[in-house]
Every structure is written in structure tokens, then in C-alpha cells.
Design a binder for this molecule. Structure first.
Ligand SMILES: Cc1ncc(COP(=O)(O)O)c(C=O)c1O
Length: 376
């Protein structure tokens, strides 16, 4: 099993079903690579002599080629960033202007929604169909388009619903992009390698005719348990990539080289620890859904990907912010209110299963269940 930060199965104390930060240790090979870079002089603006300044971009391009048979140009189309957070912000800034609209199928990643106000961009929310396994209605996306629409944001696999887009859904989006060449697609693929039950991840990155309209975002945070390293990246066509790199240069002068060197080691050497982490996550996922199945009147989909279960608690409470706050105070379980993920998320809670081991996941659901029993 992948090593966790917390080994104890102690079920006492507050339980974290709130923040999607896997409690697994970063693989020692990644830490060794970082140490190697800094002890060998990579502590300056530029890498030390003998180190390849583009090592991470090349490792990312190799990953796409080896794992997905997709060719991307490492130097012209791959931009390392400070986590996916920065990649999402840079994509918004490169692809829109204040006053523009972004179409946001939701529920979706809460921090993305929060960014839009900061950048003065308006969300046009399109509900995902909960009763159809949170399927995306591409006709509804099309209907939501206006002359102000400059971008569509799709989180695939989806945080918080844990669903993956089908090939058909993405093909329909691709048709839409071809009909609207001034609209780009921001595809957040941070959970692309955290998959269960044999589900497959599909992307549009392979279609080079679309590349100038695509911003693909990924992160090391989830896949390699590297949330604190702040490493992510963005892949897009050369013209957009030049703009993104310029913005990134203006904001922070690039990503720490030693961190990039460590990220390259993650991609090259740590597939086995990813598999082992996903196997343990799967055990936690099943523990959570089995325990939830025993809770009366809550409704949920078993997630096909990611770290979380999105639970409809509307039979008990319509106000998810209030319920989450009460659960924290009265049952010592920290959860995320569903409304943070968009209007359709109200009446839900997002429960993460990546931050605690199986016994504590069971204990958390038991506490929630006990609290809900006394609620009505
Ligand atoms: C869907 C999604 N995108 C982006 C991020 C941000 O990741 P990072 O830690 O790389 O900034 C997260 C983190 O929770 C996420 O869930």
C-alpha cells in the first residue's frame, strides 16, 4: 500500500471529509530528485550546468505519447505552472477579457467558480443532469452560448460528482468548438489518472485541429500526492502558450526548477506508487459508498473517478452550508457544502475519501448518519 501520513486507525477526533488532499506521502524518489537538484546547484534563476532546463516539459510530452499516444510539442505547447490553480487562472486571462462569459456545466470545481468574479468574467451555468448520472447536455451548452461566450470550462473527471465524460459527450463538444472558432475549451483533467471500476478517461487533446482552442490543465497534486509542491501545467497551441508563458513570467518568473525536476521524476519513475495509491483510494471509496448505502434517504452516484462522493441530502436539509456547519460542530465531521460547486449543488454535501483511512471513513459516515437521524 502507498504510505500514508497518518497510519493510526484511531476513530476519535475530528474527521476530514472536506479537503481533497490525499494523506499519502510523496514518493521518496520525487523527494530524492528534488534534493539532488538543490544540492547540485539548482538554487538560482537558471538550472545548474548539466541540468536540462526543459526536463519537465519533455517528461510531460513523453507521458502523453507513451500513455495516450498523443503528440504534443514539449517546448512550444507545454507550460509548467504553480499548481493547476495557476494554470486555470492563466487560461482565463489568456482566453477571455473582463465582461466575457464562460459556460460552466455544473456542479463543478468550486475554486474555478470563485475565480470568475476575480477576473470579471461571468459564468453561464448549465446544470448537469443528476438523474442521468450527471450527464452533460451538450445541446444545453450550445443553447447557453451568446456573443459574449469566449470559453467553456469542463472538469473531466468531475470534481465533485466523480463522473467521467463519455467519448460521445466530448465529440459533441468538439463539434461545437468547430462551429464556434472564437470559443475555447478549458479542460481540467486533474483527476484523469484517479479512475475506478475500469472507467476510461477521454480527452480532446489528440485532435490537433482543435489545439488552438484548447487549454488542457493537469496537476501533480492529486496523482502524485504533491499538493504542497504546487506543481501543475497547461497544454495549448503555440500562440496561446506564448501568452500563458508571458503571463506566468510576469507573475512569478517561472516555476522553481528543483520542483520541475522532481515533477519529471514523478512522471518517469512513479507509476507504481500511483497505482498503489489508487488501489487504496478504491478501498476507501467502497467503504464510503457501502456505509452511505445504509443511510436512509440520501442519494448518490458511486464515483467513477476522483476523491469524492457527492451526496444529495435534500431529504434532510435544503441549506448545505448550514448542514455542513452543524455537522462540523455537532458530529466533528468536516464536509463541503454542495452549493459551492454551483447552483445545482445545493441540497448536497461533498464528502472526500482521500484524506482518511477506511476506519475513519466508516466512522465519519456513521457520525453523519447519527446526526441526520436526529435532524428531522
Ligand atoms: C478539479 C480540480 N482542478 C484544479 C485543482 C487545483 O489543483 P492544484 O493543487 O494543482 O492547484 C483541484 C484541487 O482541488 C481540483 O480538484
Amino acid at each position: 500500500m502507498a504510505e500514508t501520513e497518518e497510519r493510526a486507525d484511531d476513530t476519535k477526533g475530528p474527521i476530514n471529509m472536506w479537503v481533497a488532499d490525499p494523506n499519502f506521502k510523496t514518493d521518496p524518489r520525487i523527494i530524492e530528485a528534488f534534493d539532488y537538484a538543490v544540492t547540485n546547484g539548482c538554487t538560482h534563476y537558471f538550472p545548474a550546468p548539466g541540468f536540462d532546463g526543459n526536463i519537465l516539459q519533455k517528461a510531460i510530452a513523453r507521458y502523453y505519447l507513451d500513455d495516450l499516444a498523443i503528440h504534443v510539442d514539449p517546448l512550444e505547447e507545454v507550460c509548467p505552472t504553480h499548481g493547476a490553480q495557476e494554470a486555470l487562472s492563466l487560461a482565463i486571462q489568456a482566453g477571455t477579457r473582463p465582461g466575457d462569459e464562460i459556460i460552466v456545466p455544473e456542479p463543478t470545481y468550486s475554486a474555478f467558480i470563485a475565480k470568475l468574479e476575480t477576473f470579471g468574467v461571468r459564468p453561464a451555468f448549465v446544470p448537469l443532469a443528476e438523474e442521468e448520472h450527471w450527464r452533460m447536455d451538450v445541446d444545453a451548452v450550445k443553447s447557453a452560448m451568446s456573443e459574449k461566450t469566449k470559453m467553456i470550462y469542463i472538469c473531466n473527471p468531475n470534481n465533485p460528482t466523480g463522473t467521467v465524460c463519455s467519448r460521445g459527450e466530448l465529440d459533441a463538444v468538439s463539434e461545437l468548438l468547430k462551429e464556434h472558432e472564437h470559443v475555447s475549451l478549458l479542460l481540467d483533467e486533474c483527476y484523469a489518472r484517479i479512475l475506478y471500476d475500469g472507467s476510461a478517461h477521454h480527452t480532446l487533446l489528440g485532435d490537433r485541429s482543435l489545439l488552438d482552442q484548447l487549454y488542457i490543465v493537469d496537476s501533480f497534486s492529486k496523482t502524485y500526492a504533491m499538493t504542497g509542491w504546487r506543481l501543475g501545467y497547461l497544454v495549448t497551441g503555440k500562440k496561446n502558450a506564448d501568452r500563458v508563458k508571458l503571463l506566468s513570467e510576469e507573475y512569478n518568473g517561472g516555476v522553481s526548477y528543483a520542483v520541475q525536476y522532481a515533477g519529471a521524476a514523478a512522471l518517469a519513475r512513479c507509476s507504481e506508487s500511483v497505482r498503489s495509491m489508487v488501489a487504496e483510494l478504491d478501498r476507501r471509496r467502497l467503504a464510503m459508498v457501502d456505509a452511505l448505502a445504509e443511510v436512509k434517504d440520501v442519494v448518490f452516484e458511486t464515483p467513477a473517478a476522483g476523491f469524492e462522493v457527492f451526496v444529495d441530502i435534500s431529504a434532510y436539509a435544503k441549506d448545505s452550508v448550514r448542514l455542513a456547519s452543524e455537522l462540523e460542530k455537532a458530529a466533528a465531521v468536516k464536509t463541503m457544502p454542495g452549493v459551492k460547486y454551483g447552483p445545482s449543488g445545493e441540497g448536497h454535501l461533498r464528502l472526500v475519501f482521500c484524506a482518511e483511512g477506511v476506519p475513519r471513513v466508516r466512522e465519519g459516515i456513521s457520525r453523519i448518519s447519527g446526526y441526520l437521524r436526529g435532524y428531522r
